[in-house]
Design a protein around this ligand. Structure first.
Ligand SMILES: CC(=O)SCCNC(=O)CCNC(=O)[C@H](O)C(C)(C)COP(=O)(O)OP(=O)(O)OC[C@H]1O[C@@H](n2cnc3c(N)ncnc32)[C@H](O)[C@@H]1OP(=O)(O)O
Length: 406
């Protein structure tokens, strides 16, 4: 195998790293200065890696400082991994493997027990210990079917805000309301800077609505873009594409849906990254008006420090279970853990269940039951009664959901 040299990049190397990443995604290779200015806020010192072949930068990966809510409500430091790319003429030579090893080793030294990412392709990251941890759905509502039931939550006010106001309001609003569900992550300053770029770029296509409750406290927001496919109005020519929507509670989210579904001239509303348990069909007078046309893999979760991550979440009521975890990529994590309602700890006892660390990443937030993964031969069952107990232990009170792209 080719000798790959991986090291943290210096600040002067961030822009070439960004250009390399964009090129790997088949985006235009020359980044405008304005776009780079905004994106540079995601480049945090010590968190950007480069992979070199013959002294030339050929691959890159970075992580942003973030945090992840886990079952029970604890919020743990989590690295939000992104910006991963290898030059198209240097792929399949181990550059990504070298980058992943350096990054995960550094994150462990940093004391961050978790890493999360969105994957461009689902087959890439399990080999590095990432498991699919949350899913989301894409929802479409035709405006002809958009009437809400009289008993759907009502109240509050929705107002439009411009880009500069959104940059002031949304970071605080999001961090105040995005809690109470496993899978939610912290959004840093750099994340917001790039996320709201669309309010000024492309002629300001991105719109922002903020919802406030009856006492005047802001408690929700939605970002959307109108997509116009025809010069004429009507005939399905204007669709509302909602890319980000969070409410403090169901009343706030229902208000935002009511607002979006009531936009004049639009013929349909399409919302991506929605939680699987959103009550929208139950709010509509005609639930067939709401279609889910796809369920997507959302957040991929990597337990970087297995004992610390296992100990930090809560577990349901059941007999404790001894689980053997295998982690060839970070072997310090390999071992047996007793997991019960009181917590999790390393033990030397005989294992009742066995699994790879990426499978643990899928179970960690409660999105899938151990018995489902046993049916897929991803969990080995040494003692059948332990499987039903593990189902109850790993279950989360609410389905996990992230709802943040990065
Ligand atoms: C979190 C994010 O940023 S997601 C964005 C990821 N970036 C992209 O998708 C951009 C386009 N793709 C690329 O830049 C590259 O193909 C990468 C980064 C996906 C892979 O980089 P490479 O240097 O080719 O990977 P590397 O050679 O280290 O491969 C490691 C292993 O993963 C496998 N692998 C790599 N890419 C893929 C893939 N797309 N699909 C399936 N397997 C893959 C390799 O076959 C290899 O397998 P092995 O362990 O059995 O030998």
């Amino acid at each position: 195998m080719t000798d790959v040299d991986v090291r943290p990049l210096a600040e002067s190397e961030y822009r070439p790293s960004f250009d390399l990443f964009l090129a790997s995604l088949h985006e235009p290779q020359r980044t405008g200065d304005e776009r780079w200015q905004r994106s540079s806020t995601r480049y945090e010192p010590g968190r950007v890696f480069g992979a070199f072949l013959d002294g030339e930068l050929a691959g890159t990966a970075l992580s942003m400082t973030s945090a992840l809510e886990v079952p029970g409500g604890a919020v743990l430091p989590a690295a939000a991994v992104t910006g991963v790319g290898v030059r198209a003429d240097r792929t399949r030579r181990g550059l990504l493997r070298g980058l992943m090893r350096a990054q995960l080793t550094e994150l462990r030294e940093r004391g961050e027990p978790l890493a999360v990412l969105h994957a461009s392709e689902t087959r890439i990251y399990p080999r590095f210990g990432y498991g699919l941890g949350t899913r989301s759905q894409r929802v479409q509502v035709a405006r002809t079917h958009a009437e809400l039931r009289p008993d759907a939550p009502i109240g509050g006010q929705v107002r439009l805000v411009d880009g500069p106001a959104a940059e002031k309001l949304l970071p605080e609003l999001y961090s105040r309301i995005a809690a109470g569900r496993p899978g939610l992550i912290a959004r840093g300053e750099g994340w917001w800077t790039t996320r709201l770029a669309g309010t000024v770029e492309n002629g300001g296509a991105l719109r922002v609505a903020v919802r406030s409750d009856d006492s005047g406290t802001d408690d929700g927001f939605a970002l959307w873009e109108p997509s116009k496919t025809d010069h004429h109005f009507g005939d399905g020519s204007i669709r509302i594409l909602v890319s980000d929507m969070h409410g403090a509670d169901d009343a706030a989210t229902a208000s935002l849906w009511r607002f979006l579904l009531g936009l004049d001239l639009a013929t349909s509303v399409i919302a991506v990254d929605r939680p699987l348990d959103e009550p929208l069909p139950w709010w509509l007078a005609d639930r067939r008006g709401c279609g889910v046309d796809r369920v997507d893999d959302d957040l991929w979760v990597r337990l970087v420090d297995v004992p610390a991550a296992l100990a930090a979440r809560s577990y349901g009521a059941a007999e404790p279970v001894v689980v053997e975890v295998r982690d060839p990529f970070l072997p310090q994590n390999s071992g047996r853990y007793r997991i019960g309602p009181g917590g999790a700890e390393p033990v030397a006892d005989a294992p009742q269940l066995g699994l790879d660390v990426d499978v643990l990443g899928s179970l960690y937030l409660g999105d899938v039951r151990p018995s489902t993964l046993a049916a897929a031969n991803r969990v080995e069952v040494h003692e059948p009664s332990a499987l039903a107990a593990a189902d109850r232990l790993f279950a989360a009170a609410r389905p996990p959901w992230c709802g943040t792209q990065f």
